[in-house]
Design a protein around this ligand. Structure first.
Ligand SMILES: [Zn+2]
Length: 102
């Protein structure tokens, strides 16, 4: 759905469905998180994780800032990535477009 605001067009969150499925359908521990504090890029599997109660907290191995928090409730999963400036998720080779056929 397109929403108009001022001079530009905005889309609602349905536009994110496909791209976010790519992010969350893969093995996220191979993703690379960039720390919003010190800028260090780290593979998620190598983060320092504390928990499990009341939730999981992953800290930057460089500066110990909190990169992500994950809390599971009976009906939801809460994911806080506010300490992560970017999360780079590699696309499996089998799902990459064949760039040779152009
Ligand atoms: Zn850091």
């Amino acid at each position: 759905m397109v929403m108009q605001s001022g001079g530009g067009a905005e889309y609602d969150g349905n536009l994110l469905s496909g791209p976010l499925a790519d992010v969350f359908a893969v093995e996220v521990t191979t993703a690379v998180a960039r720390c919003g504090g010190c800028g260090l890029s780290s593979v998620v599997a190598e983060l320092a994780v504390y928990g499990p109660d009341p939730g999981l907290v992953a800290r930057c191995p460089g500066c110990a800032d909190v990169l992500l928090r994950l809390v599971r409730t009976p009906d939801s999963v809460w994911l806080d990535l506010s300490g992560t400036s970017t999360l780079r998720v590699p696309i499996p080779e089998s799902e990459r477009p064949d760039l040779a056929q152009t």
